[in-house]
Design a protein around this ligand. Sequence first.
Ligand code: PFF
Ligand code: NA
Length: 437
Amino acid sequence: MSQTQRDTWTTRVGFILAAVGSAVGLGNVWQFPFQTGANGGAAFIVVYLVAVFLIGFPAMLAEFVVGRRAERNPIDAFVRLGHRNWRIVGVLGTISAFWILSFYSVVGGWVIRYILGSARGSYFSGSEAYFGSISAGPEAIFFHAVFMALVIGVVAFGISGGIERSTKLMVPSIVLLLGGLAVWASTLDGGAAGYVYYLSPDVSALRANIWTILPAAVGQAFFTLSLGMGAMITYASYLGRDDSLPADGATIVVLNTLVGLLAGLVVFPILFSLGVEPGSGGLGAAFITLAGAFAQLPGGRILGVAFFVVLLLAALSSAISLLEVVTSYLADNTDVSRPRIAVGLGAAIFALGIPSAFGLSILGWYNAIAYNLLLPLSVLCLLLFVGWVDAGDAVTELRRGTGLSESSALAWLWFVRTIVPLGVLVTLLLGLQTLAV
Ligand code: PFF
Ligand code: NA
């Protein structure tokens, strides 16, 4: 193991904002509003909130407990905690991070392209054709490289000097810009119908589709909270301090949820003011629909730039947490300098992502593997470890630095042993069904 002193977060807020930066990503600003729209509006939000707080939150604390106690990258964390064979959990998470970043970065590249395209009005004459031309092929690969270079640039500077410093700027900017856009969207004629669509529950739709909505909500809860890929284990491993994990975790979960809700308050009034029905057509459709809306609105160029900048900041602050997962493994285990590690791994991840810059179907396949297989599997193993193998020490670790009563900590353990794995198992089984189709 390398002898160099491990970096740590400078402040508690620094850790919280970095973790919020990881959590708040394309999943919130992009996926969440459209998924809500497609699944019965506010009724879906209720299911989603239950999933986030009863399943996602306890699982996040499980990752924090492992990370803070071990002060190591996810793979070595289990060895340090005395359970060599459970390294597999960290291996799964690290592979997931590597895999997910490869196509997350392709989408990040589109976003950069859309910032430029908005400024020039490039898509104003045909939103669908524009998306087709930039989302696959040489341009997509080029901007995938640009995005990856930005991610590498941050991670190369380390925890306090790179990630903490940049997320301290990025996260508040996301909230301010998104808030400004929401206020502006509220002034649009006819936008109010968007709030109705978004915020009034369609209970019959919920009832009819509960078995598709439930796993979608649970899967989204894990993805949105950056669970199952070692990101929260890694970030917690740099804590080096005894602040309250439950309090920090709750702050992160609440902020992540609020940003998702705020994004909906931007997206839906815009679409409804133009009479556009938000479809459920996935990632590409969302870009096409929203860019199409900017093309028609007064001030659409500036608005488009503002919106896609939000999206870029959100994507970047998430992507750096993924690169940090893999980087931390080599930084902990070799004497190669961090910048070199970040460049080398970043280049490898870039290469892995190239196929998904050739077409949406490949990207969708990459995504499905991650979402339906890697993530739930990795979370499930982690829960088994924390809930059964390491339960006693985990409970002690959760209480460290808090006034948390033993019974509250045991309640958490009960969740980690029962409700949470059950939720994951259901998603895993239903998700595998999707993969098989
Ligand atoms: N939480 C991010 C989002 O909602 O877009 C995605 C993500 C980032 C997942 C980092 C996992 C991760 F480690
Ligand atoms: Na998120």
